[in-house]
Design a protein around this ligand. Structure first.
Ligand SMILES: [Zn+2]
Length: 735
C-alpha cells in the first residue's frame, strides 16, 4: 500500500508546480515558442473575461449551445489558472473564482441532463464522460487559485461543487466509473485530480483502486454496444486501467483515435501523481507502460502525422491534436534525453503554457532538437500482447498498415486481416473510419450515426475478404471479442523487402484466412510496390469478395465492363452490402485485370491475377443513406463464386504524377507487366511478378513459419530452395 500522507508540495501541485512556476517567471519574455503560446492564450482568455460568466442551465447535446459553452468554460478555466500562475495577475484568479461560485450555486439544483441518451447521463453534459472532462480541467484551475481563495470559499466550493461532483461520477455512476475503458480513465483521473487538490484521501483511493466490485455484475452494454463490465474483471480504478488498457508494448485495443483521446487523462493524472505520490513511480509503472503507449501512439501515423483511422475513428486527427502536444511536452519533461520529441514539438508549433511546455521551448531555443523518425513496427494487441496486433511497414513516405488485432471492444470493426495504404498525399487505399461527424450538430448531434453499425463496422467496408456476403463473426461483438487473428510471420528489418503474414480461422467457421503482404522497393521504380496474397482454404464452395477502397478517379481498366447508365441497384441487402451501389461489372477471362486511377495528381495501378469467371464490380458507397451520412467513395470488388480454396494475388503500384499547371503526366502507366500464380497448394504459394526489367519470384510456406526450416519446391522443372517462411528471388529479364 502506498502512503500519501506527505505531499511533496503545496499548491499548485497538479500540472503546474511551485518550482515550475518559478522557472517560468524568471525567464518570461526570453523563450519565443513559449511566449507565443502564453500571449495566444492570454488573448483568448482576456476576450472571454470580457464576455462575463456564462453558466447556462444544461439542455443541449454535443454541438448545441449549452454543451459547447460548458465545454469552452473548462478549457478557458484551465488556461486562466495557468495564466494566473505565470503572470500573477489576479484578474485571472478572480475570474476563475466567479466561475466556480456560479457552478457551485447551480450544481446542487441540477437534475440529470434532460437528453437521457447515454448509459451514464451526466448533469452538465449529456454524458458523464463530458462531466469528467470538465472536472479534469477545472480541478487544474482550482489548483492554480487554491491559495488565492479564502478557506471559506474553498469549503463552500468543495462542499457544494467538487465533492458532490466527484461522488456523482463515481458512487452514483459505477457503470461509468468502474470499467476498464477510456470513459472510466477520465472518471478516475477527474476524481483523483480533484482529490489531490482537496487533499481528500478517500477520493484519491477511489480513483486509484476503483469502487468495490459487486459479485453479481451483469453484462450491461453502453451506447456503442460494448460491455460495461468485463467478464472476470476483478479490478477497477486508474491502476487497473494501466494494467489492462494496453498491450505490453503500448498498443491500445480501441486504436489510435481513441488512444489519442484516452491518453490525455492518463497523462494528466500521472503527472499529478508523479508530483504528489512519488512512491508510486507512476511513469515507470508496469515497465513504463504510459511512456510506451505514447510512443506507440505517435508511431501510428502516416507521413503527415495523421492517425491510421482504424476502428471507430474520425479522419484527419493527427499528432497536432492538443492531447499530443501534452504528450510530447510531458514525455520530454520526463525524459529530456529524447531530443527527437523536440522536432515533433517544432512540427506541432506550440507548447503547453506550463513548466513542461517551457522546458520544451527552452530546449528548442538551445538547438537540442534531433530528427524524429517513424518506424516500421509490429504491435501486439491484448493485455499480454498475444491477441493479434497491428503491423506497420514503411518506406520513405509510404506506409502500409496491416490490422490483425482483437475486436477492440465496442468501437471495433469486423476487419480481420484488412490493410490500408498511405503515402505523402495521405490515404491511398483507405479504411472508412467511423460514420460519424464529430461535434457537427446537423449530423445527428455529432453522435455515431446508424450507418456506423450498418456500414462502417461491416467487413465489406474494409479491404479484406468477405465470404457469402456475411461479415466476420456474423458482425457479432461477443463472438469478435472471443477470438482474434494471429501473426504468422513477419520481416520488417530491411526497408527494401518487408512482409507481414497473418492468419485467422475464426472470422468464418470452416474457412482459414491467410494474408501475406509485401512491400518491395526496387531501384527501377520511385515507389515501393505492394504485393498482396490473400489465401482462403475452405471445405465448402462459397462466394468470396475482396474489396479495395481506393481514393481517386478511375482512369482505365484492362478489361471491358458494363456500366449502369440510368438505374443503380445495390450489390446486396445486408452486412453493409445494402450501402454500396453497383456502378459497373465485368466477368473476367483467365489472366490479369488492371485498374488505374488518379488521386491528388498521382497515378496508381492495381494489377490482379484473375481466373475465368471471376467478377470485378466497380461500386460506390452511399446507397440506402437517406440523410447523406456516408461518403460516396469508390470501391473495386473482386468476386470469386462457387469456390472452396482460393488465392487472390494483387499488386498495387504508385507510378506517376500529373502536374496540373504544366498539364504534363509523368509515368501514367504501371511498370507491372504481369502477375502470375505459379503454384498454390496447402503447403506453398509461389508467384511471379514481372516488372519492366525483372521477374520477382515470391515463395511462401503456408504451414511452417519456422526460420530454420528449409523448403524445396519444383516449378516448371526448376527447383526453388529456401530457408524460413518466405523467399523472394529476382531475375533480370534479358531482351
Ligand atoms: Zn474500420
Amino acid at each position: 500500500m502506498i502512503s500519501y500522507g506527505c505531499y511533496a508540495q503545496d499548491h499548485p501541485s497538479l500540472t503546474m508546480t511551485i518550482d515550475g512556476v518559478k522557472n517560468i517567471r524568471n525567464s518570461l519574455g526570453t523563450v519565443d515558442l513559449f511566449d507565443k503560446a502564453v500571449s495566444e492564450k492570454m488573448a483568448i482568455v482576456d476576450a472571454e473575461i470580457e464576455l462575463g460568466i456564462l453558466v447556462p442551465i444544461p439542455k443541449d447535446m454535443a454541438g448545441g449551445y449549452t454543451h459547447e459553452r460548458h465545454k469552452r468554460n473548462f478549457f478557458i478555466l484551465q488556461d486562466a489558472g495557468n495564466l494566473y500562475q505565470i503572470t500573477g495577475d489576479v484578474k485571472y484568479a478572480q475570474y476563475i473564482k466567479d466561475y466556480l461560485i456560479a457552478y457551485a450555486k447551480m450544481y446542487p439544483t441540477l437534475p440529470l441532463h434532460p437528453t437521457n441518451k447515454s448509459y451514464a447521463t451526466g448533469k452538465i453534459f449529456w454524458q458523464c464522460l463530458n462531466d469528467a472532462n470538465w472536472l479534469v480541467y477545472v480541478s487544474q484551475a482550482y489548483d492554480c487559485i487554491y491559495d488565492y481563495l479564502s478557506k471559506e470559499d474553498r469549503d463552500y466550493l468543495e462542499k457544494d461543487l467538487f465533492k458532490p461532483f466527484a461522488n456523482f461520477l463515481s458512487i452514483e455512476n459505477p457503470q461509468f466509473f468502474n470499467r476498464i475503458h477510456n470513459h472510466s480513465t477520465w472518471a478516475n483521473a477527474a476524481v483523483g485530480m480533484i482529490g489531490i487538490v482537496m487533499r481528500d484521501q478517500e477520493l484519491i483511493d477511489r480513483s486509484l483502486y476503483g469502487l468495490p466490485i459487486k459479485e453479481d455484475n451483469d453484462l450491461a452494454k453502453d451506447n456503442d454496444g460494448g460491455f460495461i463490465y468485463e467478464k472476470g474483471m476483478s479490478k477497477a480504478g486508474f491502476l487497473a486501467q494501466l494494467d489492462n488498457s494496453f498491450a505490453p508494448d503500448g498498443y491500445f485495443t480501441e486504436g489510435p483515435y481513441y488512444l489519442r483521446y484516452a491518453i490525455f487523462p492518463f497523462l494528466m493524472f500521472s503527472k499529478a501523481i508523479d508530483s504528489n505520490i512519488p512512491d508510486l513511480d507512476i511513469m515507470n509503472y508496469r515497465d513504463g507502460i504510459l511512456q510506451k503507449a505514447v510512443y506507440t501512439l505517435i508511431n501510428q501515423t502516416d507521413a503527415n502525422g495523421e492517425f491510421f483511422p482504424i476502428n471507430d475513428a474520425q479522419k484527419g486527427m493527427s499528432w497536432n491534436a492538443r492531447e499530443l502536444v501534452t504528450a510530447v511536452n510531458f514525455m520530454y519533461d520526463f525524459n529530456p534525453q529524447n531530443t527527437a520529441l523536440l522536432s515533433l514539438a517544432e512540427k506541432q508549433g506550440k507548447v503547453l503554457i506550463d513548466a513542461t511546455g517551457y522546458k520544451v521551448a527552452q530546449a528548442i531555443k538551445e538547438g537540442k532538437a534531433t530528427q524524429f523518425l517513424q518506424t516500421s513496427a509490429i504491435y501486439g494487441d491484448g493485455k499480454n500482447g498475444d491477441e493479434g496486433g497491428v503491423g506497420i511497414m514503411r518506406h520513405g513516405d509510404n506506409c502500409l498498415v496491416v490490422k490483425f488485432s482483437a475486436q477492440g471492444m465496442g468501437h471495433g470493426h469486423f476487419d480481420k486481416l484488412s490493410y490500408s495504404y498511405y503515402d505523402n498525399t495521405g490515404e491511398v487505399i483507405q479504411d472508412y473510419g467511423a460514420a460519424r461527424w464529430v461535434n457537427i450538430d446537423q449530423k445527428g448531434g455529432g453522435r455515431y450515426l446508424p450507418e456506423n453499425k450498418t456500414f462502417a463496422k461491416q467487413t465489406i467496408a474494409h479491404n479484406t475478404v468477405v465470404i457469402n456476403e456475411v461479415s466476420h463473426y456474423e458482425a457479432n461483438i461477443e463472438k469478435g471479442e472471443a477470438h482474434h487473428p494471429d501473426l504468422f510471420f513477419s520481416d520488417i528489418s530491411e526497408s527494401d523487402v518487408q512482409v507481414i503474414s497473418t492468419k485467422d480461422s475464426n472470422a468464418y467457421q470452416g474457412s482459414d484466412l491467410h494474408r501475406t503482404i509485401f512491400m518491395i522497393k526496387e531501384s527501377e521504380s520511385d515507389n515501393p510496390i505492394i504485393v498482396d496474397f490473400f489465401k482462403v482454404n475452405a471445405t465448402n464452395k462459397q462466394k468470396y469478395d475482396l474489396p479495395t477502397w481506393f481514393h481517386g478517379h478511375l482512369l482505365s481498366t484492362s478489361f471491358g465492363y458494363t456500366k449502369e447508365l440510368t438505374n443503380l441497384s445495390t450489390i446486396g441487402n445486408k452486412y453493409g452490402y445494402q450501402h454500396i451501389w453497383k456502378e459497373a461489372s465485368s466477368t473476367q477471362d483467365q489472366g490479369n485485370a488492371k485498374i488505374t486511377w488518379l488521386h491528388k495528381d498521382k497515378f496508381y495501378t492495381m494489377t490482379s491475377s484473375v481466373e475465368l469467371g471471376d467478377e470485378i464490380i466497380l461500386g460506390r458507397g452511399g446507397a440506402n443513406d437517406p440523410n447523406y451520412n456516408l461518403r460516396p467513395d469508390p470501391v473495386i470488388i473482386h468476386r470469386k463464386k462457387e469456390k472452396s480454396n482460393i488465392l487472390y494475388l494483387s499488386v498495387i503500384e504508385s507510378h506517376g504524377t500529373y502536374n496540373a499547371i504544366s498539364e504534363i503526366p509523368l509515368n501514367p502507366f504501371s511498370s507491372i507487366q504481369e502477375v502470375t500464380i505459379l503454384q498454390d497448394t496447402k503447403e506453398y504459394t509461389i508467384a511471379n511478378v514481372r516488372t519492366k526489367n525483372q521477374d520477382l519470384v515470391f515463395a511462401i510456406s503456408n504451414l511452417n513459419n519456422e526460420h530454420t526450416q528449409s523448403h524445396q519446391v519444383e516449378i516448371g522443372g526448376k527447383i526453388i530452395e529456401w530457408m524460413g517462411p518466405f523467399t523472394l528471388n529476382k531475375k533480370t529479364i534479358k531482351e
